[in-house]
Ligand binder design. Structure first.
Ligand code: TXA
Ligand code: MG
Length: 363
């Protein structure tokens, strides 16, 4: 089949002009309203896909009920078809409306605290479900999220269908936190990008499975394990954290775990001790190469013979800047990116999950 070539348009939208009162929407900026309606019409009335901002990362959205839309998502990203997509909704009542079930009790405290926001829950699929089977890639569950970003929520509300949306990067690349990252990866492959500025959280949502016993944290993300345990009550106090990487022949709960991820072109080396890094550079004779160091909480970088950039000192800042910094170093054509590790508490679990997947070694 010939590949459709698109002229990819970028439309600026103003998140501050969008307000939800309860579940009802108002948009004060006429241009934002026009652009959102255009994007919503594409999603609800065609099989095309649209990139849009969420509070975690940019998503690439299509109608989760429509096979062709979902096919177009996989195609634009070059994503393996066995890795299921998250369906995005704009109000809790859409759980019943779109998926035909009441919210399982176990999720109530989490939804109460973290929706709208960076939490994704697994729901069972009913036998009369309208979801495209391609959205869920043969799983017997569907992953559902209610994002807090006003542009994402307005787009879903206006489309009036669940929006299937993976991160809007080309498969294996770092997730996009700016419209220009999406453009870099998907220019010519999609018709439209809504540009709502930079993503605040910077890493993807936390995926939890409350249907299994014990409940599982399948992917660490914007909501921390500590937060889930602290508000989840008894049911979540022994939540089990899924293994980060699955063995080659092991069936996995979250198929996304087994794929290469978050990789810039440069070789990423995760560093626990600054001194070990300096020894590595000396013994590999790297000082002539273009090398960069991304620091987090304690490295000084004073003896580093290359580019040194801070990703921030709090874990919130590090999450927000992580993918952008990896992409920026690629733009600067460095051969090696050394990245300072953080401890795995709070946001650190999500940060290290992404870094370990991006890195080819840890020193
Ligand atoms: O923050 C986010 O979650 C972003 C924004 C756009 O909402 N989306 C995102 O989607 O990160 P994606 O496709 O890049 O990652 C979805 C993850 C994958 O690891 C996938 O395997 C897992 O969720 N997943 C989706 N449906 C699942 C299911 N039914 N069972 C288990 N894992 C599932
Ligand atoms: Mg992704």
């Amino acid at each position: 089949m010939s590949k459709a070539a698109y002229h990819t348009e970028i439309l600026k939208v103003d998140p501050a002009s969008i307000a939800f009162t309860g579940d009802s929407l108002s948009i004060s900026d006429p241009q934002t309203e026009t652009s959102l309606k255009r994007a919503a019409t594409i999603i609800s009335s065609s099989s095309e896909v649209v990139a849009f901002p969420t509070e975690t990362v940019y998503g690439l959205g299509g109608n989760a009920f429509d096979d062709d839309s979902v096919r177009n998502i996989y195609r634009a990203k070059n994503r393996p078809a066995d890795n299921p997509l998250i369906s995005h909704i704009s109000s809790v009542s859409q759980v019943k409306q779109f998926f035909g079930i009441d919210l399982p009790k176990i999720y109530e405290p989490l939804v109460e605290s973290f929706w709208p926001g960076p939490l994704t829950i697994l729901l069972p699929i009913t036998t009369d479900s309208k979801l495209s089977k391609l959205t869920t890639a043969g799983q017997d569950t569907v992953a559902v999220r209610l994002p807090s970003h006003p542009v994402a929520r307005a787009l879903i509300h206006l489309s009036n269908v669940p929006i299937a949306a993976p991160s809007a990067n080309a498969s294996t690349r770092p997730s996009p936190t700016l419209a220009e990252h999406v453009y870099h990866d998907l220019n010519g492959k999609i018709p439209l990008i809504l540009d709502g500025g930079s993503a605040r959280v910077g890493v993807e949502s936390t995926v939890v499975d409350g249907i299994s016993n014990p409940p599982m944290l399948l992917r660490p993300g914007g909501v921390s394990l500590e937060q889930i345990k602290s508000v989840g009550g008894d049911a979540w106090k022994d939540v089990r954290v899924a293994k980060r990487v699955a063995d080659a022949n092991e069936p996995v709960k979250t198929p996304g775990m087994k794929y290469k991820h978050y990789s810039p072109t440069a070789r990423v080396i995760l560093v626990e001790k600054e001194e070990a890094m300096l020894n590595y550079i000396a013994s590999h004779d790297l000082s002539r190469d273009k090398i960069a160091l991304l620091t987090t909480q304690s490295f000084t970088g004073s003896q580093f013979p290359g580019i040194v950039e801070s990703m921030g000192s709090s874990k919130e800042e590090v999450s927000r800047n992580l993918f952008k910094c990896l992409r920026d170093m690629d733009e600067r054509r460095v051969d090696y990116i050394f990245v300072e590790a953080v401890d795995e508490t709070d946001q650190g679990l999500a940060i290290m999950n992404r870094l370990k997947k991006a890195a080819s070694e840890t020193i």
